[in-house]
Design a protein around this ligand. Structure first.
Ligand SMILES: C[S@@+](CC[C@H](N)C(=O)[O-])C[C@H]1O[C@@H](n2cnc3c(N)ncnc32)[C@H](O)[C@@H]1O
Length: 258
């Protein structure tokens, strides 16, 4: 079953870890965050809302459809100067036209089937000359081979039906580029990024997150027995000791013409 973002049990699923320097470096290559007004749509627990603040943005507004998730984001990051959160849908944020220098959406579009509606709203919210960044995984990104630094690859070896789930929900890069162009954006480029998601002191800390389905919506597609089997199979494949988890992502960068 797909994750229910409105379920209070999932309020801290996308929360409680810092963005990694590998992400910060990739963003600095794509856009100048210093002094920018940024809207982080589908902000979850505000990990990246805070990261934009730390990169020097003047104002960051996190927008999310889920009130429980926003409550966790506010509790953790709401006290930061220039950081705010509000409830809204990616296709109808309620924000003023042209209010943002940068609209950012990480791990959102594979949860939102109407890409055209989301791109149209981003086009409306970003100012002329501003930047729209979509960070998500294509089906190809999700198919990267498993290794101790990319354990997510083993999810599909252990539970092959998850491949179909990913292929169904992940954005097709060519379709997404066409959607951005049809919405009015130009200068559309793509970049791939191996982002360190989290560093763990020990394998068991990582496995505890997997067992709790934290931060990985695809684990909601498994029943409890399948999840327990996955945890055992991961334990058998991963060495003892510290673990650095990386995932491959694609970032689509587009400009609203000035
Ligand atoms: C996978 S989480 C990603 C959270 C955060 N961007 C990150 O990368 O850590 C997806 C988030 O998008 C939100 N979301 C899903 N559909 C949405 C929509 N139509 N409009 C706004 N937010 C949405 C969910 O509530 C959830 O917080």
């Amino acid at each position: 079953m797909a994750i229910d973002f409105h379920d209070v049990r999932n309020r801290t699923s996308y929360w409680g870890r810092p963005a990694d320097p590998s992400w910060e470096a990739a963003i600095r290559e794509l856009v100048d965050p210093v002094g920018a007004v940024v809207v982080d749509v589908g902000c979850g627990g505000g990990i990246y809302t805070r990261a934009w603040h730390d990169l020097g943005a003047a104002m960051v507004l996190g927008v999310d459809v889920s009130e429980p998730i926003l409550a966790a984001a506010r509790a953790e990051h709401g006290q930061l100067a220039g950081v705010d959160f509000r409830q809204g849908d990616a296709a109808a944020t309620g924000l003023a036209e042209g209010c943002a220098d940068i609209v950012f959406e990480r791990a959102l579009v594979h949860h939102t089937p109407d890409l055209a509606a989301i791109a149209a709203e981003a086009f409306r919210v970003v100012r002329p000359g501003g930047t729209y960044l979509i960070q998500d995984r294509s089906a190809d990104d999700t198919a990267q081979p498993a290794s101790p630094t990319h354990p997510r690859g083993w999810f599909f070896e252990v539970s092959p039906r998850l491949v179909e789930v990913e292929n169904r929900r992940r954005p097709d890069p060519a379709v997404l580029i066409n959607t951005l162009t049809a919405a009015g954006f130009d200068e559309v480029t793509t970049t791939t990024l191996w982002e360190v998601r989290r560093r763990y002191a020990d394998r068991e800390d990582y496995l505890a997150e997997i067992a709790a389905r934290t931060g990985r919506s695809i684990l909601h597609e498994l029943d409890d027995d399948e999840l327990a089997e996955l945890v055992e199979q991961l334990r058998a494949r991963l060495p003892h000791g510290p673990l650095e988890e990386t995932d491959r992502w694609t970032i689509w960068r587009a400009t609203r013409p000035a």
